[in-house]
Design a protein. Structure first.
Length: 319
């Protein structure tokens, strides 16, 4: 398989040449994307790089990490690459791990691989506590919105994807900035692609990240809710209506009946001073309890419904 590496370049002059030099011979092409870098990363690489595999791409304006990666994705598809590995240019991702990311794709066990710094406790050494907490919260949100319940560390940018699967994604609609990796997972789930986590250690170089947990959590919350609703409507109402759909619809309906009925009689009792009878309480509690059980059954179904059969072999055969 022909393997390409995508390196978004924005204020990474101190580390990008070292990252390029550490990329092994198994890689055919290296796309260094100058995302309108004010430091002139692209020109700097062209001037000082000696690796013939490097091809510098330029974005006319800053499009964020997602926009830079999409530029490399489009170039890889046009050049007939089979796998594209995304590695940041700031030195926080070890290029020596690249074979671990492409191996499940080559073996046709997965369509997309991503790093996971939460796989073992020792991997978290050096990660600031605020980042650790924020990443754990984002991971929980992502499980609900994207449906990959066994995956952690959704903001990890060390990824690899098969171009046969990449062609099925709406690249123009992908988020351009920090939500890019999570949005990728959402779109991958809608086409039932298999995602595999690759254990890796957290590394923090001298570069200061622009990603502030306190700022992105509220923004991400809204986007996760939006993806959750879209995923549910598409997978459980439009594309298919299965037992999980039935669980969710009945659960929501019964909970609504119980809350409405109980709320009405609670407000009536507050206004009149007459407490509700035990029978009234039971009529309110019973549909609520059953509804919650249905919703738990739906959650269990969603967890067990994670894609397990890779798409890339069939898509590659069709191509």
């Amino acid at each position: 398989m022909r393997i390409a590496v995508a390196i978004p370049c924005y204020k990474v002059l101190q580390h990008v040449l070292g990252v390029i030099s550490a990329i092994g011979p198994e890689v055919n092409v290296i796309y260094a994307v100058d995302d309108a870098c004010p430091d002139g990363s692209g020109r700097f690489i062209e001037k000082h790089n000696s690796d013939p595999r490097v091809r510098v791409l330029y974005n006319p304006e800053n499009r964020g990490v997602g926009g830079a990666v999409v530029t490399a994705y489009e170039a890889a598809i046009a050049d007939g690459m089979d796998i594209v590995v995304k590695i940041d240019g700031d030195g926080q991702m070890n290029p020596a791990l690249l074979p671990l990311f492409v191996r499940p794709l080559i073996r046709r066990q997965a369509d997309y691989t991503k790093g996971n710094r939460f796989y073992r406790p020792e991997s978290l050494h050096g990660m600031p506590p605020v980042r650790m907490f924020g990443n754990a919260v984002l991971s929980l949100m992502t499980k609900f919105s994207c449906g990959y319940w066994s995956s952690m560390d959704p903001t990890n940018g060390y990824t690899a994807i098969h171009t046969a699967v990449l062609r099925q994604l709406p690249l123009a609609k992908l988020e351009r900035r920090y939500f890019f990796e999570t949005d990728m997972l959402y779109h991958l789930n809608t086409i039932r692609a298999v995602v595999h986590d690759v254990p890796m250690d957290s590394v923090y170089a001298s570069e200061e990240s622009n990603l502030k947990v306190s700022k992105i959590l509220p923004e991400f919350l809204g986007k996760h809710i939006s993806r959750l609703i879209k995923r549910y409507v598409y997978l459980y109402l439009l594309r298919d209506f299965n037992i999980g759909s039935l669980y969710s619809v009945l659960g929501a309906l019964l909970c609504l009946i119980g809350i409405t009925f109980g709320g009405f009689h609670w407000l009536h009792g507050m206004a009149t001073g007459v407490p509700a009878s035990s029978g009234t309480v039971m009529f309110a509690a019973l549909p609520l309890i059953i509804g919650i059980q249905f919703l738990i059954a739906f959650l269990h179904y969603d967890v067990s419904n994670v894609p397990r059969e890779a798409l890339s072999p069939e898509l590659s055969d069709e191509d």
